[in-house]
Ligand binder design. Structure first.
Ligand code: NOJ
Length: 546
């Protein structure tokens, strides 16, 4: 397997709005990130993914871009971005930016021009269609709206938007539009950025002729025909050849409904498309079905074994679109610290580049939003409306669902200390701070050698020291055990065994076989004392020596 810096990297995702407010306006910003680079260096991460900070009306917190080469003043200036890149590089930290290439804001000059007339020179930069029988061109549903089409009275046609009506989809079939995007990307590469996360990249190519989904409902949410169209791989290959291959740039794709086979298709090095897709299957499974340890073992083993030496993956258990990992996968009450450390152990001992989401390293939890008005995310409002108006849920049930799954759970401010607003801002935070900040915060965690933070530090250091944890092959141990996930990672004579008790109950070790007469040293454990049985959410890493 080809070695590379981005396979060995430990990545950290920053949602700038909620990370650290350097100027006291209640919104996190770029100078705030610069102020916290020493913290990130102390944690040990060496690659950042920073979500959008470009000029934007902010309908979807920056995923609606109105100018790819300008900075939203709430976040800072272009000079701040340059400073951030330079300061990160000085600390040996590389930087990935978010590329939103499937859509722009409806306030982007391209769309403003495109919507002017059917003859506009930029009309074809977006996807315009006539209606059908007085309705939308088809029954596709958008992520944040009923229909994926919005009627524009001025030119009497509909435009397509996979997300909100304020996020019109770009037409990737237009070569001139693609070239314009490539020029923008080239400009960012010249600024020194080391990589890109490709937002919603699956959607850049749609099924030819935009077929209706089967079914009676007026709007149907099925993503299949909206993505992975015939030119999907061709577009990604072109992007790769035009730009990425000429520079030492890493790409991580938000690839939807991924399978092992489709991951290999998009990320096998010889395909020359992207470097790694994100793996969402474990998280999606738990969101839809609840935690099921045998299933989690099955999913992760299938990926670990299936991709080995064929393609690389980006592992992440939570991000700005998902609930907090300790709340979703673990136990954010009695076993918060132990379960946060356990899932950190899992993330940092699998093959694939680990992406830690801000706050995960101190075990931040979901947030108890008291009512609908406390949410900020447009998806929270559209989901609430769908649940109450279309699915017949009452308000209490709809709020309970939001409480468990809303994207805003991950977007509450980073908890730096126990001062007002968790030390995130001296102003009024744009979204409520999780009330548990007085006990869960960075200052507390950094002063405690047994904290989740300290454990993440050790895990990161361990991964950086041992190629077996990066490149090693994966062998599932105890396949039948109902709550213990145990596996071996081996590479060039080095072997590690990871034992995770994913349960709030005690468990036996299940008779893990440490390779016959070899000895196994316990090198990391989330409990301070040694016991023969595994305690709730106990995580152990052994190093085997011959
Ligand atoms: C995926 C992003 O992660 C999400 O936050 C955003 O709403 C959509 N793509 C649209 O860009």
């Amino acid at each position: 397997m080809q070695k590379s810096w981005w396979k060995e990297a430990v990545a950290y995702q920053i949602y700038p709005r909620s990370f650290y407010d350097g100027n006291g306006d209640g919104i996190g910003d770029l100078c705030g990130i610069v102020e916290k680079l020493d913290y990130l260096q102390t944690l040990g991460v060496n690659l950042l993914w920073i979500t959008p900070f470009y000029a934007s009306p902010g309908v979807d917190n920056g995923y609606d871009i109105s100018d790819y080469q300008a900075i939203d003043p709430a976040y800072g200036t272009l000079q701040d971005v340059e400073e951030l890149i330079a300061q990160a590089h000085q600390r040996g930290i590389r930087v990935m930016f978010d590329l939103v290439l499937n859509h722009t804001s409806d306030q982007h000059p391209w769309f403003i021009e495109s919507r002017k007339s059917q003859e506009s020179p930029l009309r074809d930069y977006y996807i315009w269609r006539d209606g059908k029988n007085g309705r939308e061109p088809n029954n596709w549903r958008a992520h944040f709206a009923k229909s994926a089409w919005t009627y524009d009275g001025q030119t009497e046609q509909y435009y397509l938007h996979t997300f909100s009506p304020q996020q019109p989809d770009l037409n990737w079939q237009n070569q001139e539009m693609r070239t314009a995007l490539y020029n923008i990307i080239r400009w960012w590469i010249e600024k020194g950025v080391d990589g890109f996360r490709l937002d919603a990249i699956s959607f850049i190519s749609k099924a030819a002729d935009f077929p209706d989904h089967a079914g009676d409902a007026p709007y149907i949410f099925r993503r299949a025909p909206m993505m992975h169209g015939a030119e999907y791989h061709q577009f990604l290959h072109e992007l790769n050849r035009e730009l990425l291959s000429q520079n030492d740039i890493v790409t991580a794709g938000e690839c939807i409904e991924l399978t092992v086979e489709s991951a290999i298709e998009v990320a096998a090095p010889e395909r020359q498309e992207i470097d790694m897709p994100f793996l969402f299957e474990p998280t999606e499974y738990v969101i839809n079905h609840g935690m099921d340890v045998p299933k989690l073992k099955e999913i992760l083993t299938r990926w670990q074994v299936g991709l080995h030496s064929k393609a690389w993956i980006a592992n992440q258990f939570n991000n700005h679109d998902l609930p907090r990992v300790v709340s979703l996968f673990g136990d954010d009450q009695a076993h918060r610290e132990a379960s946060a450390k356990l899932f950190g152990t899992l993330l940092l001992t699998l093959a694939g580049t680990p992406f830690i989401y801000q706050g995960e390293e101190i075990g931040m939890t979901n947030n108890p939003f008291p009512s609908l008005i406390d949410y900020r995310d447009l998806a929270a409002f559209s989901e609430y409306q769908k649940m109450t108006e279309e699915e017949g849920l009452n308000s209490t049930a709809a709020l309970a669902t939001l409480h468990a799954y809303s994207r805003d759970n991950a977007r509450t401010p980073m908890q730096w200390d126990d001062s007002p607003s968790a030390g995130f801002t001296t102003g009024e935070p744009w979204i409520m701070v999780n009330p548990n900040y007085e006990t869960i915060n960075v200052a507390q965690a950094m002063g405690d050698s047994n904290s989740v933070f300290a454990f993440y530090q050790r895990l990161i250091a361990l991964r950086k020291q041992h190629d077996a944890l990066v490149y090693g092959d994966f062998e599932l141990l105890l396949p039948e055990h109902p709550s213990v996930f145990a596996y071996r990672r081996s590479f060039e004579g080095e072997r590690f065994v990871v034992v995770l008790n994913i349960s709030a109950e005690m468990s036996d070790m299940g008779g893990v076989d440490f390779g016959g007469g070899d000895s196994a040293d316990l090198i990391l454990n989330n409990y301070l004392d040694i016991a023969t049985t595994l305690r709730p959410y106990e995580a152990r890493i052994y190093r085997e020596t011959a």
